[in-house]
Design a binder for this molecule. Structure first.
Ligand SMILES: *[C@@H]1O[C@H](CO)[C@@H](O)[C@H](O)[C@H]1NC(C)=O
Ligand SMILES: *[C@@H]1O[C@H](CO)[C@@H](O)[C@H](O)[C@H]1NC(C)=O
Length: 258
């Protein structure tokens, strides 16, 4: 597996020519999902274990198995692989919080957003997200939009539904979780990831990667999608501080820079 993986990756960076230069990421096998925020990087493998990147090595953070993990201004949050429990990382441990979610995102302006197994979307206000100490219950607000995947950044939140339609909300308030008005954006994607700086990347059903161009405070939803060719179909991506992390459907990890 290891030799084959390394060989495939070498073919991969030789084959791809575009503005992004990709290299094999720090070695971790059977990667399913990655999230980068505020300079930190976490990854989840096929078994559900979450790893934290220190230098060039990955350190397993817990024996709990997770479905999704995210790190950002709201802290480090994850959803359990059985029962959809929500965890916040506090003092070296994943501590259960109230609510049930499949996927969540801590990359917005302090709020946590997520989607449940019924495809309802939810938001935890920034003050509650930051102050949760591991006891008592927190109350999540219903965002009233059916979504399968959600992610927030500087200029707003992006979501995709089970039909791969793409939605954008510029107005969701991180401090109240109110006022989310969603508009559909052209294109089709299985997942959309927003960097804390507002950069947006999507992976479509066939594993192809696109970046949203033209995003700014005057044009928060951007203008067009531009494809970024990769030599293998992708499962997941995350972007932070100039590094684009990509996970292939075969579980390989690459790090790309502009
Ligand atoms: C959340 O909002 C959606 C859409 O308005 C609604 O269908 C769903 O029942 C709500 N869920 C809960 C648990 O309130
Ligand atoms: C994914 O992208 C490829 C390449 O542009 C395109 O041919 C395909 O139709 C897209 N699939 C979906 C589901 O959007």
């Amino acid at each position: 597996m290891r030799a084959v993986a390394a060989f495939l990756l070498v073919l991969c960076y030789l084959a791809v020519t575009h503005a992004w230069r990709c290299n094999e990421g720090p070695r971790l096998y059977n990667v399913r999902q990655i999230d980068a925020g505020q300079g930190k990087v976490i990854a989840r493998d096929t078994y559900g274990y979450v790893y934290f990147l220190i230098g060039s090595s990955w350190h397993r953070m817990s024996t709990i198995r997770f479905n999704h993990a995210s790190i950002g201004p709201a802290g480090l949050w994850a959803t359990g692989s059985s029962g959809d429990k929500i965890y916040k990382y506090i003092a070296g441990n994943f501590v259960i919080s109230s609510g049930l979610l499949r996927q969540l995102d801590a990359g917005g302006n302090g709020q946590v957003v997520g989607v449940s197994s019924s495809s309802a979307s939810w938001c935890l206000r920034s003050d509650l997200a930051s102050s949760y100490k591991g006891s008592g219950s927190v109350s999540w607000s219903n965002l009233s939009r059916v979504l399968k995947y959600i992610s927030c950044g500087k200029y707003g939140c992006w979501g995709t539904d089970t039909s791969h339609r793409i939605y954008f909300s510029q107005t969701l308030s991180p401090t109240t979780c109110g006022n989310s008005r969603w508009s559909q954006i052209s294109g089709s994607a299985a997942m959309a990831e927003v960097g804390t700086d507002g950069s947006v990347f999507v992976v479509n059903k066939s594993g192809q990667l696109y970046q949203r161009l033209g995003i700014s405070s005057r044009s928060p939803q951007g203008t067009t999608w531009t494809p970024i060719s990769m030599c293998m179909p992708l499962r997941h991506v995350s972007y932070d501080l100039g590094n684009l992390w990509v996970v292939t459907t075969s579980g390989l990890l690459m790090k790309c820079t502009h």
